[in-house]
Design a protein around this ligand. Structure first.
Ligand code: 6PG
Length: 246
């Protein structure tokens, strides 16, 4: 029997509308509590537009000091490298808003990966509240790569979904670049998970995952099912173009 995942799907005409929605949701979450919220950013290119939008339209509207910034994954490179997810977020968002350095929890891509995965797991473990003996992120942003990876869980490393660790070391199958990634268990323990996928080149993968076709079993995103939280997919028209009814 198939386990049905409940999710919300929103399709936007353009990246401005998508970014506006995301920014408003983020603001609502921050405003809904007196506590800090724990947010895990995604890497790659897709969030760049949203980060810029946040700076342009929400820099003064969001209480940034109430957000702890984590990353769902990082490439094992120094923070000055163009491949660094931290660098992208720093340049496009963090350096342009008023957020104290103590709220920024970067993955140190320059360190020995195994040791850094362990250190980052410990940081997460002691900073976040726990449920089901696992840390609970308030919001995890996720993307999907053209090869179908999510966070840095690649289709040929689906075991990372089920590991009992909080963070693990992954290997990019094409480049062999090492990466550090949250594991599936921690992702699925989040209060809110948001997939953000844009562009025509992702439409086939999106269709496969959301229609559960035979190929979907290869994609880690298929196994992202929050145990108690909410799952939402934000797509632009291009990424949703193969879904029926669009
Ligand atoms: C990473 C990621 C990753 C990303 C996808 C999409 O560091 O690679 O966090 O999971 O979300 O690769 O990347 P693009 O937005 O660049 O297509």
């Amino acid at each position: 029997t198939e386990c049905i995942v409940n999710y919300d799907l929103k399709i936007f005409d353009d990246l401005d509308e998508l970014s506006e929605f995301f920014s408003t949701e983020l603001k609502k979450q921050v405003d809904s509590t007196d506590n800090k919220i724990n947010l895990a950013l995604s890497g790659g290119n897709t969030p760049k537009y949203i980060f810029k939008f946040l700076v342009e339209h929400f820099a003064k509207k969001i209480s940034w000091d109430k957000i702890n910034f984590f990353w769902g994954d990082e490439r094992c490179v120094p923070p000055t490298d163009d491949d660094s997810n931290y660098k992208m977020a720093y340049e496009n968002l963090l350096s342009k808003i008023s957020v104290p350095g103590k709220n920024i929890f970067r993955i140190k891509g320059e360190e020995v990966p195994e040791g850094e995965a362990k250190r980052y797991s410990e940081v997460i473990n002691k900073t976040l509240p726990q449920q089901n003996h696992l840390p609970v992120f308030d919001l995890i942003m996720l993307g999907i790569g053209e090869d179908g990876h999510t966070a840095s869980i690649f289709p040929d490393q689906l075991h990372l979904l089920y590991e009992s660790k909080i963070c693990s070391v992954a290997v990019h199958p094409a480049t062999t670049q090492k990466r550090i990634t949250l594991t599936g268990k921690v992702i699925n323990n989040a209060r809110n998970i948001v997939f953000i996928v844009t562009g025509k080149n992702k439409s086939k993968i999106v269709d496969s995952i959301l229609t559960y076709n035979i190929e979907s079993k290869n994609y880690p995103a298929t196994y992202i099912k929050p145990v108690a939280g909410n799952l939402i997919w934000l797509l632009d028209k291009e990424a949703s173009s193969l879904l029926k009814g669009n």
